[in-house]
Design a protein around this ligand. Structure first.
Ligand code: PLP
Length: 550
């Protein structure tokens, strides 16, 4: 990377960065820490969340870098993690750009903070206007023509905020090749919502490429402030040289470790999928309106053009909805963030695209982590698919599949338990989490019913009567001819329904009579599913109890 030393500010190359006593040791754990003038006690309120907040945090925590490296497919020494991508943008400009001499190049409209950060540093911003709607096309030759020998960084945002369109890898590669001694900083704040591949794929081919990531949008982490700069190690080392001594707060590191765990990633993925589906729906509904033009988007927002942006903005605000007026960038445009299905319905109704607001879908997500099991459950009582179940116990998966399929609800259930010891914890904890999720999704239970069902399965007769009464009771009667189905202990079935009735707070009466344990268990799950199916259907708007609540 010969070019690097020529482009970096000379005083940053020479800079002796801040060092702490601990940062000079490879491993400082277990030492009596009298080096940093910290307070030895955990402060009020002394909850587990407060552990370690009396200590200075690791400036670049290895465990978090490891997680991010896996997620982004780079090495830990190719990441700087800081307080949001915003900090990465500032530091990049600080490393490369001399005040009153150097410049950055970008296009407009785009994310406004590149220019703000450059202004703060006394650095000129050269901007090329994107082409007209609806394509908002970037003329790359013209962008390159804005560069001179004082250009240190080219910022591009893809998918772009606020136009929602993307650059291809071929276009990025064209810039990287044309200006091999200028940093190309690619802002991928919204890439998780798009079908385009990440520019990270080009990182090992072009050492002038910097990719910037944030957890604010796709990971729902806007309030935590975490973002990354990905680049070859020499650039990362320079950024670490100029970073604040301890950029990341200890509680932020801790919640980031949880959010990037396997369950955290699963939840984020499923929410990204929901937002993408909602984007499609909102776009289709808005496209039906005559007085609105809506542009396609690869991000979690839609840019729309209306007759009078200021007026529409005020009308929405009067209805309690705030959107972003982008009139200054593109005449009469508003940027609409895709929210939850309910929020989107409110927006659509306010814009006249929905006559009546759909009833909110009855959904719930429960994550249950213990030392023995880690469980994610997502249910949607108003959808029958998808059904996705993995507990590591084949027979149990099959029974849960019956429960969701015949219960008529969508279920994503992922359990990672200590089944190498035995099945007990996993079966029990799945029942608890599933019951919780069903109860949450039922909400105030408006319009639901109390039901029962009997199923014959060859020689077996299984019955279930079920009342979502708010009180957990199980009556269970089954005389199995064997104690095992495959390697599954049949006694766990009663335990499953006991835990389910308890966490769902339902009275469940179950019985099975027959000669084949497999039929009996399957019959019990099916009968319960059928009873649930009837019970959770919303057939009216009234509460199914004379008490007015359940
Ligand atoms: C939101 C946004 C960011 C900011 O990311 P933070 O990590 O929250 O600082 C960066 N770039 C674009 C294009 C954004 O829209």
């Amino acid at each position: 990377m010969q070019w690097l030393n020529k482009q970096v500010r000379p005083e940053i190359l020479r800079l002796a960065p801040y060092v702490s006593a601990r940062s000079e040791l490879a491993d400082s754990s277990g030492l009596v820490a009298l080096d940093a003038n910290e307070n030895p006690w955990v402060p009020y309120p002394q909850t587990p969340e407060m552990n370690l907040v009396n200590r200075y945090p690791d400036p670049q925590p290895a465990n978090l870098l490891g997680r991010l490296a896996t997620i982004y497919g780079v090495k830990a020494d190719q990441i700087f993690v800081g307080r949001g991508m915003d900090e990465g943008i500032e530091l990049l400009i600080r490393v490369f750009c001399r005040a009153y001499q150097d410049n950055i190049v970008t296009f407009k409209p785009t994310f406004s903070y590149y220019k703000v950060a450059a202004d703060i540093q006394g650095v000129e911003t050269r901007e090329l206007s994107l082409g007209a709607a609806p394509d908002f096309k970037l003329d790359i030759e013209q962008l390159l023509a804005l560069c001179d020998e004082k250009t240190k960084i080219i910022f591009v945002c893809t998918p772009n905020n606020p136009t929602g369109n993307s650059l291809s890898l071929a276009e990025l590669e064209f810039i990287l090749q044309a200006k091999p001694e200028v940093v190309l900083a690619v802002d991928e704040a919204y890439l998780e919502f798009s079908d385009y591949p990440s520019a990270i794929a080009l990182m090992n081919k072009y050492d002038n490429l910097v990719v910037m990531k944030t957890m604010s949008k796709a990971f729902a982490f806007a309030g935590v402030r975490l973002g990354s700069v990905l680049a070859q190690p020499p650039i990362i080392e320079l950024i670490r040289k100029v970073m604040a001594p301890y950029p990341l707060a200890e509680p932020c590191i801790r919640v980031a470790m949880q959010a990037t765990s396997a369950h955290g990633l699963q939840l984020a993925q499923s929410r990204i999928a929901t937002l993408i589906a909602e984007r499609t729906r909102v776009l289709a509904e808005l496209a039906k309106l005559e007085n609105i033009t809506v542009y396609p988007s690869d991000a979690n927002f839609l840019l729309v053009q209306v007759e009078d942006a200021a007026k529409t903005y005020r009308e929405l605000l009067a209805k309690g909805i705030i959107v972003r007026n982008r009139h200054r960038d593109i005449p009469n445009t508003l940027r609409l963030t895709i929210g939850s299905p309910v929020e989107n319905d409110l927006l659509l109704a306010a814009l006249g695209a929905l006559e009546t607001i759909n009833k909110p879908q009855r959904v719930a997500t429960v994550i249950r982590n213990t030392n023995e099991t880690k469980i994610l459950v997502e249910v949607n009582l108003d959808k029958t698919a998808p059904i996705n179940i993995h507990t590591g116990i084949g027979f149990f998966d099959h029974m849960l599949d019956q429960l969701a399929k015949h219960g008529g609800f969508s279920l994503n259930l992922q359990a990672d338990g200590d089944i190498h010891i035995d099945y007990h914890h996993t079966v029990e904890d799945v029942a608890i989490a599933l019951g919780q999720a069903l109860r949450q999704a039922l909400g105030d239970k408006r319009g639901i019913n109390r039901y029962g069902f009997t199923v014959p399965m060859d020689e077996t007769l299984a019955s279930c009567a079920l009342d979502l009464s708010g009180r957990g009771v199980l009556q269970f009667e089954a005389d199995y001819p064997t104690t095992l189905i495959g390697d599954f202990p049949v006694e766990m079935v009663e335990h499953f329904f006991y835990s389910l009735s308890d966490s769902l707070q339902a009275a469940i009466h179950l019985s099975a009579h027959g000669d084949n344990a497999h039929h009996m268990v399957e019959g019990l799950f099916k009968a319960c599913a059928k009873a649930l199916n009837q019970a959770i259907k919303q057939t009216s708007d009234s509460l199914p109890s004379t008490k007015g609540m359940l």
